[in-house]
Design a protein around this ligand. Structure first.
Ligand SMILES: Nc1ncnc2c1ncn2[C@@H]1O[C@H](COP(=O)(O)OP(=O)(O)OP(=O)(O)O)[C@@H](O)[C@H]1O
Ligand SMILES: [Mg+2]
Length: 361
Protein backbone atom coordinates (compact mmCIF):
# COMPACT_ATOMS: atom_id res chain seq x y z
CA UNK A 1 0.00 0.00 0.00
CA UNK A 2 1.36 3.43 -0.91
CA UNK A 3 0.02 6.90 -1.61
CA UNK A 4 -0.66 6.09 -5.26
CA UNK A 5 -2.66 2.93 -4.48
CA UNK A 6 -4.60 4.78 -1.77
CA UNK A 7 -5.47 7.58 -4.19
CA UNK A 8 -6.50 5.03 -6.77
CA UNK A 9 -8.87 3.43 -4.23
CA UNK A 10 -10.21 6.85 -3.19
CA UNK A 11 -10.96 7.68 -6.83
CA UNK A 12 -13.67 5.00 -6.66
CA UNK A 13 -15.35 6.51 -3.60
CA UNK A 14 -18.54 8.33 -4.56
CA UNK A 15 -19.46 11.25 -2.34
CA UNK A 16 -22.95 10.51 -0.98
CA UNK A 17 -24.10 14.14 -1.06
CA UNK A 18 -22.57 15.23 -4.36
CA UNK A 19 -22.91 11.97 -6.28
CA UNK A 20 -19.42 12.20 -7.74
CA UNK A 21 -16.04 10.64 -6.94
CA UNK A 22 -14.05 12.48 -4.31
CA UNK A 23 -10.80 12.67 -6.28
CA UNK A 24 -12.24 14.33 -9.39
CA UNK A 25 -14.19 16.65 -7.08
CA UNK A 26 -10.91 17.77 -5.43
CA UNK A 27 -12.00 16.67 -1.96
CA UNK A 28 -8.85 14.69 -1.12
CA UNK A 29 -6.43 17.21 0.33
CA UNK A 30 -3.79 14.89 1.67
CA UNK A 31 -2.92 11.21 2.08
CA UNK A 32 -0.35 9.80 4.49
CA UNK A 33 0.53 6.10 4.54
CA UNK A 34 2.57 4.52 7.33
CA UNK A 35 2.68 0.76 7.06
CA UNK A 36 -0.95 -0.32 7.40
CA UNK A 37 -2.13 3.02 8.79
CA UNK A 38 -3.67 5.58 6.49
CA UNK A 39 -4.55 9.18 7.24
CA UNK A 40 -6.80 10.93 4.73
CA UNK A 41 -7.57 14.63 4.88
CA UNK A 42 -10.83 15.52 3.19
CA UNK A 43 -12.06 18.97 2.19
CA UNK A 44 -15.83 19.24 2.62
CA UNK A 45 -16.96 21.87 0.08
CA UNK A 46 -19.69 23.54 2.12
CA UNK A 47 -20.71 24.01 5.76
CA UNK A 48 -24.21 22.94 4.74
CA UNK A 49 -23.02 19.42 3.90
CA UNK A 50 -25.45 17.15 5.84
CA UNK A 51 -24.08 15.46 8.96
CA UNK A 52 -25.51 12.03 8.12
CA UNK A 53 -23.87 12.02 4.73
CA UNK A 54 -20.58 13.11 6.27
CA UNK A 55 -20.66 9.92 8.34
CA UNK A 56 -21.59 7.89 5.28
CA UNK A 57 -18.64 9.39 3.37
CA UNK A 58 -16.28 8.46 6.18
CA UNK A 59 -17.57 4.88 6.13
CA UNK A 60 -17.18 4.63 2.36
CA UNK A 61 -13.57 5.82 2.61
CA UNK A 62 -12.79 3.36 5.40
CA UNK A 63 -14.32 0.49 3.45
CA UNK A 64 -12.47 1.34 0.22
CA UNK A 65 -9.13 1.50 2.04
CA UNK A 66 -9.70 -1.64 4.10
CA UNK A 67 -10.30 -3.45 0.82
CA UNK A 68 -6.74 -2.63 -0.27
CA UNK A 69 -5.25 -3.74 3.04
CA UNK A 70 -5.44 -0.75 5.41
CA UNK A 71 -5.82 -1.72 9.08
CA UNK A 72 -6.38 1.69 10.63
CA UNK A 73 -7.97 4.48 8.63
CA UNK A 74 -8.21 8.00 10.02
CA UNK A 75 -10.36 10.48 8.13
CA UNK A 76 -9.92 14.13 9.05
CA UNK A 77 -12.39 16.58 7.54
CA UNK A 78 -12.08 20.28 7.04
CA UNK A 79 -14.74 22.58 5.57
CA UNK A 80 -13.56 24.84 2.79
CA UNK A 81 -16.36 26.56 0.87
CA UNK A 82 -15.63 26.13 -2.82
CA UNK A 83 -16.32 28.87 -5.33
CA UNK A 84 -15.48 29.97 -8.83
CA UNK A 85 -13.28 33.09 -8.58
CA UNK A 86 -14.75 36.12 -10.36
CA UNK A 87 -13.36 36.92 -13.80
CA UNK A 88 -11.61 40.29 -13.87
CA UNK A 89 -14.50 42.07 -15.62
CA UNK A 90 -16.92 41.10 -12.83
CA UNK A 91 -14.74 41.77 -9.83
CA UNK A 92 -16.78 44.52 -8.17
CA UNK A 93 -17.59 42.44 -5.11
CA UNK A 94 -14.70 41.78 -2.77
CA UNK A 95 -15.11 39.11 -0.13
CA UNK A 96 -18.21 37.02 -0.82
CA UNK A 97 -17.31 33.67 -2.39
CA UNK A 98 -20.73 32.70 -3.75
CA UNK A 99 -23.67 34.95 -4.62
CA UNK A 100 -27.02 33.15 -4.42
CA UNK A 101 -29.96 35.01 -5.92
CA UNK A 102 -33.52 34.37 -4.76
CA UNK A 103 -35.91 35.07 -7.60
CA UNK A 104 -39.45 34.55 -8.84
CA UNK A 105 -41.48 35.44 -11.88
CA UNK A 106 -44.02 37.39 -9.87
CA UNK A 107 -44.50 39.39 -6.72
CA UNK A 108 -45.67 38.27 -3.34
CA UNK A 109 -44.74 34.58 -3.61
CA UNK A 110 -42.27 34.74 -0.72
CA UNK A 111 -38.90 35.62 -2.26
CA UNK A 112 -37.88 37.85 0.62
CA UNK A 113 -39.13 35.32 3.16
CA UNK A 114 -37.11 32.56 1.49
CA UNK A 115 -34.05 34.84 1.10
CA UNK A 116 -34.01 35.76 4.81
CA UNK A 117 -34.56 32.21 6.03
CA UNK A 118 -32.10 30.76 3.50
CA UNK A 119 -29.42 33.20 4.70
CA UNK A 120 -30.10 32.37 8.35
CA UNK A 121 -30.17 28.64 7.58
CA UNK A 122 -26.78 28.78 5.83
CA UNK A 123 -25.44 30.67 8.82
CA UNK A 124 -26.85 28.05 11.18
CA UNK A 125 -25.07 25.40 9.15
CA UNK A 126 -21.88 27.24 10.08
CA UNK A 127 -21.21 29.42 7.04
CA UNK A 128 -20.38 33.14 7.04
CA UNK A 129 -23.32 34.78 5.34
CA UNK A 130 -24.45 38.15 4.08
CA UNK A 131 -27.81 39.29 2.76
CA UNK A 132 -28.20 41.84 0.00
CA UNK A 133 -31.64 43.32 -0.55
CA UNK A 134 -31.48 44.33 -4.20
CA UNK A 135 -35.20 45.02 -4.50
CA UNK A 136 -34.84 48.68 -5.42
CA UNK A 137 -38.56 48.91 -6.13
CA UNK A 138 -39.75 47.67 -2.75
CA UNK A 139 -37.01 46.77 -0.30
CA UNK A 140 -38.56 44.65 2.47
CA UNK A 141 -35.55 43.17 4.27
CA UNK A 142 -35.28 46.03 6.82
CA UNK A 143 -38.89 45.33 7.94
CA UNK A 144 -38.40 41.58 7.88
CA UNK A 145 -35.34 41.64 10.09
CA UNK A 146 -36.42 44.41 12.49
CA UNK A 147 -33.94 46.51 14.40
CA UNK A 148 -30.33 45.55 13.70
CA UNK A 149 -27.85 44.62 16.42
CA UNK A 150 -25.44 47.00 14.69
CA UNK A 151 -26.73 49.54 12.13
CA UNK A 152 -25.04 50.11 8.77
CA UNK A 153 -22.36 52.80 8.84
CA UNK A 154 -19.63 54.41 6.79
CA UNK A 155 -15.94 53.72 7.34
CA UNK A 156 -13.25 56.44 7.42
CA UNK A 157 -12.46 55.85 3.75
CA UNK A 158 -16.23 56.19 2.97
CA UNK A 159 -16.90 52.52 2.42
CA UNK A 160 -20.24 51.13 3.57
CA UNK A 161 -20.15 48.80 6.57
CA UNK A 162 -23.14 46.42 6.51
CA UNK A 163 -25.65 46.28 9.35
CA UNK A 164 -25.67 43.16 11.52
CA UNK A 165 -29.04 41.41 11.95
CA UNK A 166 -29.13 38.07 13.81
CA UNK A 167 -25.44 37.70 12.99
CA UNK A 168 -25.94 38.28 9.24
CA UNK A 169 -24.24 41.13 7.42
CA UNK A 170 -27.09 42.96 5.74
CA UNK A 171 -27.30 45.71 3.15
CA UNK A 172 -30.57 46.95 1.72
CA UNK A 173 -31.31 49.59 -0.85
CA UNK A 174 -33.91 50.58 1.75
CA UNK A 175 -31.12 51.84 4.06
CA UNK A 176 -30.22 54.52 1.51
CA UNK A 177 -33.28 55.49 -0.44
CA UNK A 178 -36.70 56.55 0.63
CA UNK A 179 -39.42 53.97 0.09
CA UNK A 180 -41.45 56.34 -2.10
CA UNK A 181 -38.38 57.34 -4.06
CA UNK A 182 -37.42 53.73 -4.77
CA UNK A 183 -40.38 52.93 -6.99
CA UNK A 184 -39.44 55.40 -9.73
CA UNK A 185 -35.95 54.07 -10.48
CA UNK A 186 -35.30 53.61 -14.21
CA UNK A 187 -32.89 51.17 -15.90
CA UNK A 188 -29.65 53.21 -16.14
CA UNK A 189 -30.23 54.62 -12.62
CA UNK A 190 -30.71 51.12 -11.26
CA UNK A 191 -27.48 50.03 -12.91
CA UNK A 192 -25.47 52.95 -11.50
CA UNK A 193 -27.00 52.48 -8.07
CA UNK A 194 -26.17 48.78 -7.95
CA UNK A 195 -22.69 49.31 -9.33
CA UNK A 196 -21.82 51.87 -6.70
CA UNK A 197 -23.58 50.00 -4.03
CA UNK A 198 -21.87 46.66 -4.75
CA UNK A 199 -18.41 48.15 -5.08
CA UNK A 200 -18.61 50.28 -1.95
CA UNK A 201 -19.74 47.70 0.58
CA UNK A 202 -17.17 46.20 2.91
CA UNK A 203 -18.52 42.65 3.19
CA UNK A 204 -15.39 41.03 4.56
CA UNK A 205 -14.92 37.37 3.81
CA UNK A 206 -18.25 35.56 3.28
CA UNK A 207 -19.06 32.04 2.14
CA UNK A 208 -22.44 33.08 0.74
CA UNK A 209 -24.11 36.35 -0.14
CA UNK A 210 -27.84 35.78 -0.50
CA UNK A 211 -29.45 38.31 -2.78
CA UNK A 212 -33.15 39.15 -2.64
CA UNK A 213 -34.41 40.25 -6.05
CA UNK A 214 -37.50 42.19 -7.14
CA UNK A 215 -40.16 40.14 -8.97
CA UNK A 216 -39.86 39.33 -12.65
CA UNK A 217 -36.92 39.73 -14.93
CA UNK A 218 -36.07 43.38 -15.27
CA UNK A 219 -33.28 45.87 -14.83
CA UNK A 220 -32.04 44.65 -11.46
CA UNK A 221 -31.56 41.07 -12.64
CA UNK A 222 -29.83 42.22 -15.82
CA UNK A 223 -27.52 44.68 -14.04
CA UNK A 224 -26.57 42.24 -11.31
CA UNK A 225 -25.71 39.55 -13.80
CA UNK A 226 -23.53 42.04 -15.71
CA UNK A 227 -21.78 43.32 -12.58
CA UNK A 228 -21.07 40.21 -10.52
CA UNK A 229 -20.80 36.48 -11.04
CA UNK A 230 -23.87 34.78 -9.59
CA UNK A 231 -23.33 31.20 -8.45
CA UNK A 232 -26.98 30.49 -9.12
CA UNK A 233 -30.54 31.29 -8.26
CA UNK A 234 -33.22 29.70 -6.15
CA UNK A 235 -36.56 30.17 -7.88
CA UNK A 236 -39.60 30.55 -5.64
CA UNK A 237 -43.07 29.64 -6.82
CA UNK A 238 -46.49 29.00 -5.36
CA UNK A 239 -48.42 25.94 -6.50
CA UNK A 240 -50.83 27.83 -8.77
CA UNK A 241 -50.47 27.46 -12.50
CA UNK A 242 -50.21 31.22 -13.18
CA UNK A 243 -47.15 31.55 -11.01
CA UNK A 244 -45.55 28.56 -12.70
CA UNK A 245 -45.91 30.12 -16.13
CA UNK A 246 -44.08 33.15 -14.74
CA UNK A 247 -41.31 30.99 -13.33
CA UNK A 248 -40.77 29.33 -16.71
CA UNK A 249 -40.38 32.83 -18.22
CA UNK A 250 -37.99 33.74 -15.42
CA UNK A 251 -35.89 30.65 -15.92
CA UNK A 252 -35.54 31.35 -19.64
CA UNK A 253 -34.35 34.88 -18.88
CA UNK A 254 -31.89 33.74 -16.24
CA UNK A 255 -30.45 31.21 -18.61
CA UNK A 256 -29.99 33.94 -21.21
CA UNK A 257 -27.83 35.95 -18.80
CA UNK A 258 -25.96 32.83 -17.68
CA UNK A 259 -27.26 32.59 -14.14
CA UNK A 260 -27.67 28.88 -13.42
CA UNK A 261 -30.91 27.82 -11.75
CA UNK A 262 -29.97 25.90 -8.62
CA UNK A 263 -33.47 24.64 -7.93
CA UNK A 264 -37.09 25.45 -7.22
CA UNK A 265 -38.78 26.06 -3.86
CA UNK A 266 -42.55 25.81 -3.64
CA UNK A 267 -43.83 28.26 -1.04
CA UNK A 268 -47.28 28.35 0.57
CA UNK A 269 -47.72 24.73 -0.53
CA UNK A 270 -50.45 23.83 1.94
CA UNK A 271 -51.89 24.78 5.29
CA UNK A 272 -51.78 22.40 8.21
CA UNK A 273 -54.18 23.40 10.97
CA UNK A 274 -52.17 23.59 14.18
CA UNK A 275 -55.30 22.71 16.21
CA UNK A 276 -56.62 19.62 14.40
CA UNK A 277 -53.75 18.67 12.05
CA UNK A 278 -55.99 18.87 8.96
CA UNK A 279 -54.04 19.65 5.79
CA UNK A 280 -55.56 22.01 3.24
CA UNK A 281 -53.94 22.49 -0.16
CA UNK A 282 -55.23 26.00 -0.66
CA UNK A 283 -53.39 26.70 -3.92
CA UNK A 284 -53.64 23.15 -5.37
CA UNK A 285 -50.76 20.74 -5.15
CA UNK A 286 -47.41 19.70 -6.57
CA UNK A 287 -46.90 22.55 -9.06
CA UNK A 288 -43.31 23.22 -8.01
CA UNK A 289 -42.29 19.61 -8.37
CA UNK A 290 -43.98 19.31 -11.77
CA UNK A 291 -42.31 22.50 -12.92
CA UNK A 292 -38.90 21.25 -11.81
CA UNK A 293 -39.44 18.07 -13.80
CA UNK A 294 -40.61 20.01 -16.85
CA UNK A 295 -37.65 22.36 -16.96
CA UNK A 296 -35.18 19.68 -15.79
CA UNK A 297 -33.94 21.30 -12.60
CA UNK A 298 -33.84 20.23 -8.95
CA UNK A 299 -36.83 20.52 -6.66
CA UNK A 300 -35.61 21.76 -3.27
CA UNK A 301 -38.83 21.31 -1.30
CA UNK A 302 -42.11 22.72 -0.09
CA UNK A 303 -42.77 25.37 2.55
CA UNK A 304 -46.32 25.36 3.93
CA UNK A 305 -48.29 28.40 5.00
CA UNK A 306 -47.33 29.00 8.60
CA UNK A 307 -48.37 31.93 10.76
CA UNK A 308 -44.93 31.90 12.40
CA UNK A 309 -43.37 32.46 8.96
CA UNK A 310 -45.71 35.37 8.27
CA UNK A 311 -45.29 36.78 11.74
CA UNK A 312 -41.53 36.50 11.33
CA UNK A 313 -41.74 38.41 8.07
CA UNK A 314 -43.72 41.24 9.56
CA UNK A 315 -42.20 41.48 13.03
CA UNK A 316 -38.53 40.98 12.39
CA UNK A 317 -38.19 37.50 13.88
CA UNK A 318 -37.76 34.95 11.06
CA UNK A 319 -38.86 31.40 11.87
CA UNK A 320 -35.29 30.07 11.86
CA UNK A 321 -34.53 32.49 14.68
CA UNK A 322 -37.87 32.24 16.58
CA UNK A 323 -38.48 28.46 16.31
CA UNK A 324 -35.20 26.93 15.15
CA UNK A 325 -36.29 23.36 15.88
CA UNK A 326 -39.73 23.57 14.24
CA UNK A 327 -40.51 21.41 11.23
CA UNK A 328 -40.62 24.40 8.91
CA UNK A 329 -37.29 25.79 10.14
CA UNK A 330 -35.86 22.35 9.38
CA UNK A 331 -37.30 22.57 5.88
CA UNK A 332 -35.34 25.80 5.35
CA UNK A 333 -32.21 24.09 6.71
CA UNK A 334 -32.71 21.31 4.16
CA UNK A 335 -33.31 23.75 1.29
CA UNK A 336 -30.13 25.61 2.29
CA UNK A 337 -28.18 22.35 2.20
CA UNK A 338 -29.52 21.44 -1.21
CA UNK A 339 -28.73 24.88 -2.66
CA UNK A 340 -25.20 24.88 -1.20
CA UNK A 341 -24.50 21.35 -2.44
CA UNK A 342 -25.74 22.28 -5.90
CA UNK A 343 -23.38 25.27 -6.00
CA UNK A 344 -20.50 23.08 -4.80
CA UNK A 345 -21.25 20.47 -7.41
CA UNK A 346 -21.45 23.11 -10.17
CA UNK A 347 -18.08 24.55 -9.09
CA UNK A 348 -16.34 21.20 -8.69
CA UNK A 349 -17.53 19.79 -11.99
CA UNK A 350 -15.66 22.55 -13.81
CA UNK A 351 -11.86 22.72 -14.02
CA UNK A 352 -10.31 24.99 -11.42
CA UNK A 353 -9.97 28.54 -12.74
CA UNK A 354 -6.43 29.87 -12.86
CA UNK A 355 -5.50 31.57 -9.56
CA UNK A 356 -4.19 34.53 -11.57
CA UNK A 357 -7.81 35.44 -12.18
CA UNK A 358 -8.76 35.10 -8.52
CA UNK A 359 -9.55 38.53 -7.21
CA UNK A 360 -11.17 37.65 -3.89
CA UNK A 361 -9.44 39.11 -0.77
N1 LIG B 1 -44.86 30.17 3.98
C1 LIG B 1 -45.49 31.27 4.38
N2 LIG B 1 -46.44 31.22 5.36
C2 LIG B 1 -47.09 32.33 5.77
N3 LIG B 1 -46.84 33.56 5.28
C3 LIG B 1 -45.92 33.68 4.31
C4 LIG B 1 -45.18 32.55 3.82
N4 LIG B 1 -44.32 33.00 2.87
C5 LIG B 1 -44.48 34.33 2.78
N5 LIG B 1 -45.44 34.74 3.64
C6 LIG B 1 -45.95 36.12 3.81
O1 LIG B 1 -46.43 36.55 2.54
C7 LIG B 1 -46.10 37.93 2.32
C8 LIG B 1 -45.28 38.05 1.04
O2 LIG B 1 -44.01 37.40 1.22
P1 LIG B 1 -42.66 38.06 0.74
O3 LIG B 1 -42.60 39.50 1.08
O4 LIG B 1 -41.57 37.19 1.20
O5 LIG B 1 -42.86 37.88 -0.83
P2 LIG B 1 -42.01 38.53 -2.01
O6 LIG B 1 -42.09 37.54 -3.13
O7 LIG B 1 -40.68 38.93 -1.55
O8 LIG B 1 -42.86 39.80 -2.34
P3 LIG B 1 -42.44 41.07 -3.25
O9 LIG B 1 -42.66 40.63 -4.65
O10 LIG B 1 -43.39 42.13 -2.82
O11 LIG B 1 -41.01 41.39 -2.96
C9 LIG B 1 -45.38 38.38 3.58
O12 LIG B 1 -46.31 38.99 4.46
C10 LIG B 1 -44.85 37.10 4.19
O13 LIG B 1 -44.70 37.19 5.61
MG1 LIG C 1 -39.68 40.78 -1.63
Amino acid sequence: MNEASVREALAKVIDPALGHDIVTFRMVRNVEVQGEDVLVKIDIPTHAYPVLQRRELQQRIEKALQEIGAKRVTVVTNVETVFQPAPSDKAVLKGPKNVVAVAAGKGGVGKSTVAVNLALALQRHGAKVGLLDADVFGPSIPTMLGTPEVPASASKDSRIIPAIHQGLKVISVGFFVDKDEAVVWRGPMVHRLLQQFLGDVDWGELDYLVCDLPPGTGDVQLSLSQLIPIAGSVMVTTPQEVSIVDVVKGIAMFEKVEIPILGIVENMSYYKCPACGHMDEIFSHGGGKRLAQEVGCDFFGEIPIDTRIRFGGDAGVPIIASSPDSENAMRFMDIASKAALKIASNVLSKPKRSPRLAVIK
